[in-house]
Design a protein around this ligand. Structure first.
Ligand SMILES: NC(=O)c1ccc[n+]([C@@H]2O[C@H](COP(=O)([O-])OP(=O)(O)OC[C@H]3O[C@@H](n4cnc5c(N)ncnc54)[C@H](O)[C@@H]3O)[C@@H](O)[C@H]2O)c1
Length: 470
């Protein structure tokens, strides 16, 4: 068997519309990291008056600098903020969170490590009045995405919004309309579209060397999908504006199992493992054939059979089948399990006539089919490993698009397709419908009234579902 180990610095010449900057980007990122460390170290030894305040301005003309703000600072919003600030042409000018403790701690890190002094807010609407903000990172729980994004666009800001685009199909549709109407740059945080492993393996499928694509088998197994241990309701912690955390979601007593991080396991705010990881991975099953359409038919089997008693509403075990025109996509998830096919807890297998490409965020492997007639493999066995996570590239693509005003690699219309592919099975699971047929033109299921009730959320007053008029 011929095995080709391709050097990790090779970057496959895959004909995608938006090539990922590679070498120069790595150098920029490393240099910025160096500068950041230098600034922090200098501040620590009393050189603060020599280096700070002008350190970035000296290198990037103010007119070229992109002023960044963030809404939702605890986990991923903050990680993505750092990925922005690792670029020389950015500066953090504002941060917003409804948890004062989180906000102050994260702002302190920005001050120490980047020597920047963002203005702090607890209400994002107030923050959006700050006129020097160019772009906003949205790192709030999914139930806030639609309102956060529409307000940002209406305030004339470009947006990097975390995935999934929104927590319901109806909100996704509004967000696509808003992005068209307000004509700002919007990048959705489905960063696997900027990941070299996925770009190259999809390139192998697209260039035909593996023969016809038959099936995309996708899986995601993680312990955290089971939710948290049971907790009692408790008083709202000091410094938390819980009413603003709930926002458009129904009023509930405060409970930590529904709060920071673990909100993912409750329908009011998220969609469990199905939407959390599913949206990234199923996106690859669509991208391989350049599909940006909603699914027409979805078959879902969902159950809770882990045996571990945890606090959550979302399902722990799901198998979903999406028939496409000439191939099929399948999704399997088993929360509470950390292993999976080919020894991977998550992955995508592109199954083609001449071979299967098994891909995760760090590499891919081609397993060729055997030709009994010629006694040879039908494709080269290739293995690539050591690929880095793609967030910095995805962020750089956003920053470049802010300057060029071109479409980024994952605009809302693309992200909407992946989001609907995860919301439909969740709606099926919640309503007990094993087959749902979706009519995307009329935005409704043709075969279930129960399912139609879950297409668009009812917002808690005073919040109103945005109406986008031309
Ligand atoms: N792209 C990825 O790989 C990836 C990975 C993890 C999370 N995410 C996404 O990032 C988003 C955030 O997830 P997380 O894990 O960081 O959640 P988290 O609960 O850790 O953080 C959310 C933060 O938002 C704050 N917040 C809530 N409502 C707010 C409001 N109205 N105004 C300001 N702040 C508000 C919370 O106080 C909290 O600090 C989710 O959409 C999630 O799906 C993406």
């Amino acid at each position: 068997m011929l095995i080709l180990y391709i050097n990790v610095v090779f970057f496959g010449a895959v004909p995608f519309n938006n090539p990922i900057p590679t070498k120069s980007l790595n150098m920029d990122i490393n240099r910025r990291n160096f500068l950041r460390k230098t600034a922090a170290a200098s501040a620590g030894i009393g050189l603060a008056t020599v280096i700070p305040s002008g350190v970035w301005a000296a290198r990037v003309a103010p007119s070229d600098r992109i002023n960044i703000a963030v809404i939702g600072c605890r986990n991923f919003g903050f990680k993505i903020l750092r990925d922005h600030l690792d670029n020389e042409d950015t500066r953090c000018v504002a941060m917003c969170d409804v948890d004062e403790g989180v906000l102050n701690e994260r702002a302190e890190t920005i001050r120490k490590e980047y020597n920047q002094q963002p203005t702090l807010y607890s209400d994002f609407r107030k923050m959006l009045e700050q006129s020097d903000i160019d772009a906003v990172i949205i790192g709030t729980p999914d139930h806030w995405h639609c309102l956060n994004m529409v307000y940002c666009l209406q305030a004339g800001k470009d947006v990097y919004i975390e995935k999934p685009l929104a927590n319901t199909i109806g909100e996704c549709n509004i967000m696509v309309s808003a992005a068209d109407r307000y004509n700002q740059i919007v990048q959705v945080g489905q960063q696997q579209r900027s990941n070299r492993a996925f770009r190259e393996s999809i390139g192998l499928v697209r260039n035909g060397s593996l023969g016809k694509l038959r099936k995309v088998k996708i899986w995601g197994n993680f312990n955290y999908g089971l939710g948290t241990p049971f907790r009692d309701d408790e008083p709202v912690p000091e410094g938390v504006d819980y009413n603003m955390w709930l926002g458009p979601a129904p009023e509930r007593p405060f409970n930590r199992s529904r709060f920071h991080g673990s909100w993912r396991h409750y329908w009011d705010y998220g969609g469990g493992l199905m939407s959390d990881w599913g949206v990234h991975l199923i996106d690859m099953g669509l991208w391989v054939n350049d599909l940006i359409d909603a699914p027409e038919e979805v078959m879902t089997f969902a159950t809770n059979n882990s045996g571990q008693q945890r606090q959550r509403e979302t399902f722990d075990t799901m198998t979903v089948v999406y028939p496409k025109k000439d191939y099929v996509i399948s999704w399997e998830m088993t929360a509470g399990i950390q292993s999976g096919p080919w020894g991977k807890s998550y992955g995508v297998a592109f199954i083609c006539d001449n071979g299967t490409v098994i891909t995760d965020r760090h590499g891919y492997r081609v397993i060729p089919e055997w030709d009994g007639g010629t006694q040879s493999h039908k494709a080269d066995a290739t293995e690539i490993s050591g690929i880095r996570e793609a967030h910095p590239y995805h962020v750089r693509n956003f920053l470049d698009c802010i300057k060029s005003r071109e479409k980024p690699v994952c605009p809302p219309s693309t992200a909407r397709a992946a989001a609907i592919h995860v919301h439909v099975p969740n709606i099926a699971a919640r309503t007990g419908e094993s087959l749902l047929v979706w009519d995307d033109v009329n935005s409704r299921f043709t075969n279930s009234d129960k399912a139609n009730e879950l297409v668009t959320p009812s917002y808690r007053a005073p919040w109103k579902l945005p109406e986008i008029t031309r």
